[in-house]
Design a protein around this ligand. Structure first.
Ligand SMILES: *Cc1c(COP(=O)(O)O)cnc(C)c1O
Length: 657
């Protein structure tokens, strides 16, 4: 709520615009809960506590909790720098258990005879600690890993040795990838090589003969059923991966000819990531299940159906956008199980073991990016500039008049006059009629009127247009200490919405509306799309608190654990942020690992700059400068010290020592 100036202003208008505050209820944390929709997307892992801070409840609403704001301060006290990525391994454990239990429940409810064999596709986030946590927490569930490339296979082989857990090899493969997989099978790993491209099958057969091995083979089917959402192109006849029905039939013939048809153990498909609707999930599975029963009828020794990834999470709580989902994980499991049971019973074939490749679902919740606000570009003008007089240009007098006469009755007329005056200001300045000072006065008055007009419009009916226009005109820009391209790239690349909110002061009303600008020099480096719980759509600004003098103010971007870290790039040479792993213990929490972000030197080395050459070059220049009398030895020493410290430092903005 924008209030009218309460202190005496140079020219006090006669109109009475009384703010509505007086008899309103004071702001509470419940209001913030509603405003930021934290219950809708938090999934029980995030909520607001009575101190007005965001609280993390890693065990899904139960057990110990961590005050995110206190944690942030605690981390800063230990020398960890904002922006920082805070990861909660307990959340991963909770997600792995949740998915497993959903399938167990569906099995019982549908009297399903197959087993559940989840795998985690490491491309979603390959951080070692994270993959290790999944392997550890999935041990009792025979939870495995999926790799989509040769380097990923090498990671998986080094990290996982869970008996009975699957290793699924997807992606385009060369001979080396296939031979490595086949040889590792001899170590007792349960590796399934999925044929993504028809030429791979012959390579697998050749490698099997070369090493006298019996490979486990999967076929990835190209489904006709399209998914939905942002990643629809992952299926359909022209999709990048998979075999058409013709190629599958040829593949079966080839395997039969080689006497290897019993090696074909798995049928795989993947219709894309973050599938927003359960309808797409069901229709693609129905088609895939027909492939499964068809292959069975042709004599393949199938045991597994791999339903791919795509299990979505709710980033915005709407249940109806591409950043949301219209189903729960239990519904997902129920539908997968009941469709397979139905079709297999119809054909009287054994229920297959079910493999899921959910990635996003398992890891998105576990990391939060926390950053500080560096400053605000605040356009709101509570006090008008000095009063314009007869000796000022006509336009200034007009603006003065609008300011003074603005009231409930003439708001529309004043709005039109004001937008007209704004245009004239720019024209007259360009023609040289207005001086720079006069233009500044006009702009200042423009914003003073706009501020009053917005306050007034919010109290009147039928003023949506004015409110919308003026909110945008007056919208603040908060400058944020992070890089969108490094830490939340999908916000820019595919327009995905991530929950963003302050992590403290949530018992105070956020009075400002702002968009967020990052540190890069890229005009795309900003966030202008936020959750709107009222309309279930988006708002273009975030409700945010006024900065308090010298008090740090922190925002969090939530659900950043999937894809963001690995897709992030070095735009403007902003590197990896500091990252910490925080686990629950009896007393509260422990900081298990600290992974320092990139130094400037590290980031520069990616683009072939060597530290010592750079320091030498600047040192040389200072020597010449000293010779020519351009700077003193002390200045040279100070410059070199700054230069070296800069190279060793963080790529983000830091507090002065
Ligand atoms: C990326 C990918 C996944 C993971 O998808 P999510 O939407 O993160 O669950 C699973 N399988 C394959 C083949 C993939 O390419």
């Amino acid at each position: 709520m924008h209030n009218v100036p309460s202190s005496p202003a140079p020219s006090r208008p006669p109109t009475d615009i009384t703010p509505l505050s007086g008899n309103q209820k004071p702001w509470s944390t419940a209001d913030s809960t509603e405003l930021y929709g934290i219950k809708n997307w938090g999934n029980g892992y995030f909520r607001i506590n009575t101190q007005g801070n965001v609280e993390v409840v890693p065990n899904n609403g139960q057990g110990n909790k961590i005050d995110l704001f206190e944690l942030t301060q605690d981390l800063i006290d230990r020398g960890i720098r904002a922006p920082m990525m805070i990861r909660f391994p307990d959340i991963i454990r909770s997600r792995v258990g949740l998915l497993y239990n959903c399938f167990q429940k569906a099995f019982v409810d549908h009297n399903y005879k197959g087993e559940y064999r989840g795998v985690y596709p490491i491309k979603v986030n390959q951080q070692k600690h994270l993959v290790q946590e999944i392997v550890k927490s999935g041990k009792n569930y025979h939870f495995g890993l999926e790799c989509g490339s040769k380097p990923e296979l090498l990671v998986v082989l080094a990290l996982m040795n869970t008996p009975d857990a699957l290793i699924i090899c997807n992606g385009f493969k060369d001979c080396e990838y296939i031979e490595t997989a086949i040889l590792s099978q001899k170590l007792g790993r349960k590796i399934i090589i999925v044929v993504d491209r028809k030429d791979e099958l012959q390579m697998i057969i050749d490698a099997a003969k070369k090493f006298d091995a019996k490979p486990r083979i999967g076929f990835r089917a190209k489904l006709n059923t399209q998914g939905s959402g942002k990643w629809v192109d992952s299926s359909g006849a022209r999709s990048k991966f998979g075999l058409t029905s013709m190629e599958i039939v040829e593949g079966v013939d080839l395997l039969r000819k080689e006497g290897m048809l019993d090696c074909l153990e798995l049928l795989h498909y993947h219709i894309g990531s973050q599938v927003p609707t359960i309808q797409s999930i069901k229709s693609s599975l129905k088609e895939a299940a027909r492939f499964y029963t068809g292959l069975h009828a042709m004599g393949a020794g199938l045991k597994y159906i791999d339903v791919g990834g795509g299990l979505g999470i709710d980033y915005d709580g709407t249940g109806s956008s591409d950043s949301s989902i219209n189903y729960s994980e239990q519904e997902y499991a129920n539908d997968v199980v009941s469709i397979l049971q139905g079709l297999c019973d119809e054909k009287q074939i054994p229920h297959p073991h079910i493999v899921t490749e959910a990635g996003r679902f398992l890891v998105a919740h576990h990391s939060v990016l926390v950053f500080d606000i560096l400053g605000v570009n605040d356009l709101e003008q509570k006090h008008p500039p000095r009063t314009a007089t007869k000796s000022d240009p006509r336009l200034m007098q007009d603006l003065q008049y609008i300011f003074e006469k603005l009231n409930r009755e003439n708001i529309n007329e004043c709005f039109n006059d004001l937008t007209q005056a704004k245009q004239e200001t720019l024209q007259l300045f360009t023609y040289g009629v207005l001086t720079l000072e006069q233009r500044a006065w006009c702009e200042s008055m423009y914003f003073a009127i706009a501020t009053r007009m917005l306050t007034l419009a919010r109290q009147l009916p039928d003023t949506e247009d004015i409110i919308k226009f003026m909110s945008q005109e007056l919208c603040d820009t908060y400058f944020c200490n992070f890089s969108l391209f490094q830490s939340v790239p999908d916000s820019w690349a595919v327009g995905q919405l991530f929950p963003v909110m302050p992590i403290h002061r949530l018992n105070e009303e956020p009075e400002n509306e702002a968009t967020l600008a990052d540190l890069t020099c890229d005009s795309d480096g900003k966030i202008e799309k936020f959750i709107d719980t009222k309309t279930g759509s988006f708002r273009e600004t975030l409700a945010i608190h006024e900065l308090k003098n010298k008090e740090p103010y922190f925002l969090g971007v939530f659900l950043t654990g999937a894809y963001q870290e690995i897709l992030g790039d070095l735009h403007n040479l902003f590197g990896d942020t500091d990252a910490v792993h925080v686990s629950l213990n009896e007393a509260g929490y422990t900081i298990d690992d600290y992974v320092p972000g990139d130094t400037v030197t590290e980031v520069l080395s990616y683009v072939q700059y060597g530290r010592s050459e750079m320091v030498d070059s600047v040192r040389q220049a200072t020597e010449e400068g000293i010779q020519k009398g351009l700077l003193s030895k002390q200045d040279a020493k100070a410059l070199i010290r700054h230069y070296e410290q800069g190279l060793a430092g963080y790529t983000y903005l830091e507090e002065a020592e």
